[in-house]
Design a binder for this molecule. Structure first.
Ligand SMILES: [Ca+2]
Ligand SMILES: [Ca+2]
Ligand SMILES: [Ca+2]
Ligand SMILES: [Ca+2]
Length: 380
C-alpha cells in the first residue's frame, strides 16, 4: 500500500518538476526569441569590402540586411553595382578617390526613392547609363544628405525629382555628359560648396521653387545656371566662371541672385519672361565686365546703373569673404574699424552700415564683429 502511495507521490513530484521545467524553458525561450527579433531591428554598424574581410562584400548586400538607422562603412575598392537605397541608412566610403561605385552604364548608380534621412558620402560615383541614368538619383525624397562625393562620367551628376529639404554639399560634379545637378519639381533643397566643371550644364532647375544655392563653383561647365519656370530660389555666393552662359532664366520670378561672381562667361545672361532680384538691398553681384566707378569707397559701383539693366549694386571686386566689408579682397583694419564704427546700429540708426551686417539679421552686434575679427588677415 505504502509502496503504491510512494509511486503516486513520485509521479506527482515528476509531474510538478516537469511542469516547472516546461515553464522555465518557456520563460527562457520566449525572451530569447524576442531578443532575436529585437537584434534584427536594431541599428548597427557594418563594414563592406570588395576584396577583404568584412561583414558584406557588396553595398547592396549590406543595405538589404541592416535596419533603418544603420551605418555602412565601405572600404576602398571597386563596386560595380546599381545601389537601391530603400531605408534610412548612412553609406560612407573610406575615400572618395579609392572607394568607387560604378554603375556599369546601367540605370543610375545610387537610386534613392521614397526614402528619407539617407546619407551618401565619400564615394567616387561613375558610369550611370549615358542616356537615362544619374550618378545619384533622388525621387520623392526628403531629408537626405549627399556630401563629399566625386561624381563623374554619368549622364547627370545628381538628379532630383519631387524631392524636398535635401542637402547636397562639398561634392565634385565634373565631366558628366549632361548636367552636374538636374532638378525638377523639387523645393527647399540646399546645394552648397559643390564644384562643377566639364559638364554640359552646371545647375539646371525646372519648376523648382525655394531652393538655396550658395558657395558653389561652376567653372567651364557649358551653361552655368539654367532656370526654367522656377521661383523664389536664393542663389548667392557662387562663382560662375568661363561658361557659355553664366545664368539663364525663362519664365522665372522672385529669385534672389546676389553676391555671385560672374567672370569671363561668353554671354553673361539670357532672360525671357523673368523678373528676379539681383541684390540683397545693399550688394549685388560681381560682373567681370562691369566698367563703372566706386565713388564712395564702399566696394559697390556707383555709375552705369543698373548694370546689365538689372543690378543696382554691382561689386567692384569678386565676392569671396563675408568679412571683407569694403570688397577690396582683404580683411584688414579697415573692415574691423568699419564694423566697430557701426557696432550697436540698426536700420535707420545714424551709424548703420548695412555692409557690416554680415549675418543679415538687421543689427550690427558681437556676431558680426566676431566674424570680421575671425577672418582678420585673410586675403584673396
Ligand atoms: Ca577593398
Ligand atoms: Ca560705392
Ligand atoms: Ca576689406
Ligand atoms: Ca548682424
Amino acid at each position: 500500500m505504502w509502496h503504491k502511495r510512494l509511486v503516486i507521490e513520485m509521479n506527482k513530484v515528476i509531474l510538478a518538476l516537469s511542469t516547472i521545467l516546461c515553464l522555465l524553458s518557456a520563460s527562457f525561450l520566449i525572451p530569447c526569441r524576442i531578443q532575436a527579433v529585437k537584434a534584427a531591428s536594431l541599428p548597427v554598424l557594418v563594414t563592406v569590402d570588395d576584396d577583404g574581410p568584412a561583414d558584406f562584400n557588396t553595398i547592396q548586400g549590406a543595405i538589404n540586411n541592416v535596419s533603418a538607422g544603420s551605418t555602412i562603412l565601405v572600404r576602398n575598392g571597386l563596386y560595380v553595382e546599381n545601389v537601391v537605397v530603400n531605408k534610412s541608412v548612412s553609406v560612407i566610403g573610406e575615400s572618395n578617390v579609392a572607394t568607387i561605385v560604378d554603375g556599369n552604364r546601367t540605370g543610375s548608380v545610387f537610386n534613392i526613392t521614397n526614402t528619407d534621412n539617407v546619407h551618401i558620402s565619400n564615394f567616387t560615383v561613375r558610369n550611370s547609363n549615358s542616356l537615362l541614368g544619374f550618378g545619384i538619383a533622388l525621387d520623392h525624397c526628403s531629408g537626405n544628405t549627399i556630401s563629399n562625393n566625386r561624381i563623374a562620367g554619368n549622364r547627370d551628376g545628381i538628379g532630383l525629382s519631387f524631392s524636398y529639404n535635401n542637402i547636397v554639399r562639398y561634392n565634385n560634379l565634373s565631366l558628366n555628359y549632361f548636367s552636374a545637378v538636374d532638378a525638377e519639381l523639387s523645393a527647399g533643397n540646399v546645394f552648397s560648396y559643390n564644384f562643377m566643371s566639364g559638364n554640359s550644364y552646371g545647375i539646371k532647375l525646372s519648376t523648382c521653387d525655394y531652393n538655396v544655392f550658395s558657395g558653389n563653383i561652376l567653372h567651364s561647365t557649358g551653361d552655368g545656371i539654367t532656370l526654367w519656370k522656377s521661383s523664389g530660389n536664393t542663389i548667392s555666393g557662387n562663382s560662375v566662371t568661363e561658361n557659355n552662359y553664366g545664368i539663364t532664366a525663362v519664365s522665372c520670378s522672385n529669385n534672389g541672385i546676389y553676391q555671385n561672381n560672374f567672370i569671363n562667361n561668353t554671354s553673361t545672361f539670357f532672360f525671357q519672361e523673368s523678373n528676379n532680384t539681383w541684390d540683397n538691398g545693399v550688394e549685388g553681384n560681381y560682373w567681370s565686365d562691369y566698367d563703372g566707378t566706386d565713388l564712395d569707397g564702399d566696394g559697390v559701383g556707383d555709375t552705369g546703373l543698373p548694370w546689365q539693366g538689372v543690378d543696382g549694386y554691382p561689386l567692384m571686386n569678386p565676392y569671396w569673404n563675408l568679412a571683407d566689408i569694403n570688397h577690396d579682397l582683404k580683411v584688414d583694419l579697415k573692415d574691423v574699424f568699419a564694423t566697430g564704427k557701426a557696432y550697436g546700429s540698426y536700420p535707420g540708426h545714424p551709424r548703420w552700415n548695412p555692409h557690416c551686417d554680415i549675418n543679415g539679421d538687421g543689427k550690427i552686434d558681437l556676431k558680426d564683429y566676431y566674424t570680421t575679427c575671425k577672418n582678420y588677415g585673410k586675403s584673396w
